[in-house]
Design a protein around this ligand. Structure first.
Ligand code: NDP
Length: 438
């Protein structure tokens, strides 16, 4: 870890992610000489490639704007690099390296042949016109296209990159290369997208939660849930919780959170989806629309009493004190829709309290799993229907839960972080061993 800190100065998110995985891996590899000899841990903590590039574009007032773009290709031992693209002002190389590192283990856990990568830019789509977003996406892809390909690296969406942005980027890739190929996932249904992909991450996080509860003889029905975020993952997690008979009390965005004691039902969820994807409004508007709901500016939802918590917004959005509050209020299980939303100190609180805690790399793997299925459909020039993909997603999440239990069970308690880290690591590490020193 000293070496990781020395080689990555100031990259706190990346160091945090490596630290979290390394703790579990150390125990696992202690008596396995081949991993030590091949320096697997040292190699796995070094991205295979980090591409950084300038992205120039012109805004509607004819000002020339300059952003920075990246693609981090972390590890392709078990398949082409795969992972989303994030457009957000908070994007840095450290954030993308952490996400690409996590993605490597997550993709391995799905059982599908996908390596780990992540990309993005410090571009803020909020408040930009459609034309501005289009020009930015086209400029971004004009550089990115040379580093990706259906057998090389297959990006997808993430924060700030939804169907609109994927469409603009796919269009530009196709135009530059004169090739129609499955180079991005999360595409529209008209041009090679997969059924179930929009729902997959949020639904998957709830299926993972359902599996954790089932493992200890419990269920979601009649349970209250607190969810953060109001984007793709949060709204679909809310939808699935509601379908399974749970009651969702909160949603949030970077401005604050809304609390609706009556429950956020399907009709209200549809309203939020429209608010966020069509009108591109703020979650505060929810409290004006629905009587009984309150808006809490500048706050996060973790002090609302609940049985289940699903952080679905962004990294480090749930800290030690908030974890203590959740535990104090009797939370039974936490399932992470977002990537690394709980700080290391927060995770420790959940572990010490022995509540069920599903880390993002396992709980939110449903999204990339269905992306893997989108790649298969594109290669085979076929498309499976919604129902079939729904069944596949359910099975995939059950399988991921099973692997976490296999490596993380400690008596009656399951350490899902440890289970996910070891199961994800083992497959990648064994593939790396097979390749020799490369
Ligand atoms: P969206 O852009 O659709 O939504 C993101 C949500 O998080 C918005 O409500 C946004 O609010 C909020 N948010 C973003 N940054 C912050 C912040 N700094 N503080 C508080 N709230 C914030 O993204 P997704 O729903 O796709 O992604 C959410 C999380 O899930 C991310 O961690 C992502 O990496 C992860 N994930 C997503 C997958 C997917 O398939 N989409 C797959 C696996 C993981 P605002 O509108 O104010 O910015």
């Amino acid at each position: 870890m000293e070496g990781v800190q020395r080689r990555n100065p100031g990259q706190t998110e990346f160091i945090q992610a490596v630290q979290e995985v390394a703790q579990d891996i150390f125990d696992f590899i202690e008596d396995k000489e081949e991993y030590h000899e091949a320096q697997i841990l040292r190699r796995i903590a070094e991205p295979e490639r980090v591409v950084s590039f300038r992205v120039c574009w012109e805004d509607d007032n004819h000002n020339i704007r300059v952003q920075r773009g990246w693609r981090v290709q972390n590890n392709n031992a078990i398949g082409p690099y795969k992972g989303g693209i994030r457009f957000h002002p908070s994007v840095t190389e450290s954030v993308l390296k952490f996400l690409a590192f996590e993605q490597t283990f997550k993709n391995s856990l799905t059982g599908l042949p996908m390596g780990g990568g992540k990309g993005g830019a410090n571009f803020n789509p909020r408040g930009k016109s459609d034309s501005e977003v289009m020009r930015f996406c086209q400029s971004f892809m004009t550089e990115l296209y040379r580093h990706i390909g259906p057998d090389t690296d297959v990006p997808a969406g993430d924060i700030g990159v939804g169907a609109r942005e994927i469409g603009y980027m796919f269009g530009q890739y196709k135009r530059i290369t004169n090739r129609w190929e499955g180079v991005l996932t999360g595409k529209g249904m008209e041009y090679g997208g997969s059924q179930m992909r929009p729902e997959a991450t949020g639904y998957g996080a709830v299926y993972f939660l359902q599996n954790m509860l089932k493992h200890s003889g419990q269920e979601i029905e009649d349970r209250t849930a607190v969810i953060s975020g109001s984007g793709n993952v949060a709204t679909h997690a809310a939808e699935k919780i509601t379908q399974l008979g749970g009651k969702v009390l909160t949603l949030s965005d970077s401005g604050g959170f809304i609390h609706d004691p009556d429950g956020i039902d399907q009709e209200k969820i549809n309203w939020v989806k429209e608010l966020k994807t069509v009108r591109r409004g703020r979650i505060s508007e929810y409290a004006d629309e629905f009587g009984g709901a309150t808006y809490h500016e500048g706050e996060r939802p973790w002090n609302v009493k609940c049985d289940l918590a699903l952080p679905c917004a962004t990294q480090n959005e749930l800290n030690e004190d908030e974890a203590k509050t959740l535990v104090g209020n009797g939370v039974v299980a936490v399932s992470e829709g977002a990537n690394m939303p709980t700080t290391l100190d927060g995770v420790k609180v959940f572990h010490d309290a022995k509540i069920m805690y599903g880390p993002g790399k396992a709980a939110n793997a449903g999204g990339v799993a269905v992306s893997g299925l989108e790649m298969s459909q594109n290669s085979e020039r076929i498309s499976w229907n919604h129902e079939r993909l729904g069944e596949m997603l359910t099975e995939l999440m059950e399988g991921i839960h099973g692997k976490c239990v296999e490596y993380g069970e400690q008596g009656k308690y399951v350490d899902y972080v440890k289970g996910a880290n070891i199961a994800g690591f083992k497959k990648v590490a064994d593939a790396m061993l097979a390749f020799g020193v490369v």
